[in-house]
Design a binder for this molecule. Sequence first.
Ligand SMILES: [Zn+2]
Length: 259
Amino acid sequence: MTVPIRTHRYAELTTAQIAAALSEDSILILPTGAIEPHGPHLPLATDLIVAEAVSNAVAERGMAAGHDVWLLPALGYTKSDEHAKLPGTMWLRASTLFETIVDIGACVAQTPARRLLFLNAHGGNSALIEVAARELRRRFDLQTFFASGPAQPGPTERGLGIHAGWAETSMMLYLRPDLVHMDRAESSVAVAVADSVHVGFTKTVKFGWLSTDFAESGVIGDPTGARPDIGEKLFDERVDTLVAALDEIADFDPGRVRA
Ligand SMILES: [Zn+2]
């Protein structure tokens, strides 16, 4: 007798179920987080917790909506060298993470699935995952997709709430309030970067940086106005957008429509 599958988690399937349940239309979601300092008020696993929660909700809701979507176990040790000077950081060299992602992609290519979506919650991973996504496209003929959390600067952050600030702290107050120490939250807006015309995180000229360039705490943003209801709204918006994107991800194949 065949037992029906009641999970959206890839690793809860048996090897026989992988062959039976997955097809070339399946979308595998790989959450990517980080283990790195998030100021005095948030835990090291902040990005991992957010990546897993968003990915889990997208997979769960996507599957309920009829999508062929599966959640892979998250990647927690990633590229956090910008926080290397602070205690607690666990990071892989760029080359190590690149090869890790390539190896995971090679394994995905051994399953019937052809579509791999990276849902990333740590900005320090973005550039490398984009490069790795192309590598997997070329070497294993996978359709690869990459979504990172959009910048959502708070009202007092001058566009610079990129680490342990308003959005991330609000998200954690919603997801894991037991791990948030709001009494220790301190504003740390990188004023010199906000005031420069040409050089900045998203300006004409980018720059190499370490989180400790801006403040001893490594915080880049203002978490003091964070609230759980803001976190819930940001979380729901992100999940809604990604669930809506599954429609296109399921069909996306530029080769099919090439002129
Ligand atoms: Zn973070």
